[in-house]
Write a protein that binds this ligand. Sequence first.
Ligand code: SAH
Length: 352
Amino acid sequence: MRMQRSLIYDISGEELKNVVVELGESSFRADQILDGVYIKRARAFSEIMNIPKGLRIKLDERFIVDPLTVKDISSSTDGTQKILFELQDDHHIESVVIPERDDRYTLCLSTQAGCMLDCAFCATGKLKFGRNLQAAEIIAQLIDSERITGKKITNIVYMGMGEPLLNYEETIKSLNILTEGKTKLIGKKRITLSTVGVLPEMVRFRNDNPGVKLALSLHATTDEQRQKIIPIARKYKLRDLLDELELFYKKFRDPITFEYILFNDFNDSDEDVKRLSKICRAFPSKVNIIPYHQSNIKTGSIDLKSTRKMEIERFSNKLRSSGTNVFVRDSSGLDINAACGQLALSVQNNDT
Ligand code: SAH
């Protein structure tokens, strides 16, 4: 019987050297394997022709190259593509490729199959929590998205399914491998990790971050309001989160991003503009205003509704005139349910 194989994208350059030596080969072979896997994008070790055949066979006995299977691809009229992947144990995750201006492409990737946090507006929270992804499964989303779309991904956001800081070790490992010079996958400053605000892990992340940017899913300007839509906000207060973000800013000197989904008559008042601009003034930051992708999920006891385009403009302009950096995100892929978790949710519902 074949032994359980590990995932090659899980292995750092240094670890790979040890593996190669263990297999009785010279350590320089590790660089050739990295080149074959990450730069030439081999899908099997048999494709890496500059290493000896014996080594190719041994690697194939020990490692799997790509652990993801593509199950579905949906393309939006605006060019956004959403890819549904199946993991080896049948869980599903999704990644979204969003075209930006000037031939740039942002990949939104997942860190968990499902999510434990159950935010009122988010479809992923309605999925049964599956499991944490391994670093290799995070990295494979980039490699497969580029292969499937034929585009070079220029930016990555850790904003798909799951809370990256609750899959802490594998998230950090994936960031290290993605930004490791030899894999030539993507630069540190091209990655943004988004968290809902898990304070203890944010403190840890300040120490372990290889240099990527940070975003907080704010979505409300008071604790009371935030707790109505984000259950974990009962545990971690805004004041403490903002203090931590300030420390993070002081260490890395990159502006912090605040994600703010605009809900009609919930977080779009003039008072919200005032509070939000005050929050943003404490340290260099920017706000992404996100239109609410309304789906037919239950949002708990409150009725969340999307805000009309004109209202989004009004809110954003007011915020801008208070001196805040504001970006209004397009509703990318509305027609293909590209909001977090929607596609995998429909798969799970069909399964059960
Ligand atoms: N857990 C992390 C990463 C998940 S991404 C976090 O909360 O930041 C979460 C992002 O998905 C939110 O900031 C929001 O931008 C987006 N999102 C989730 N549900 C959405 C919805 N229904 N409409 C619009 N954006 C949504």
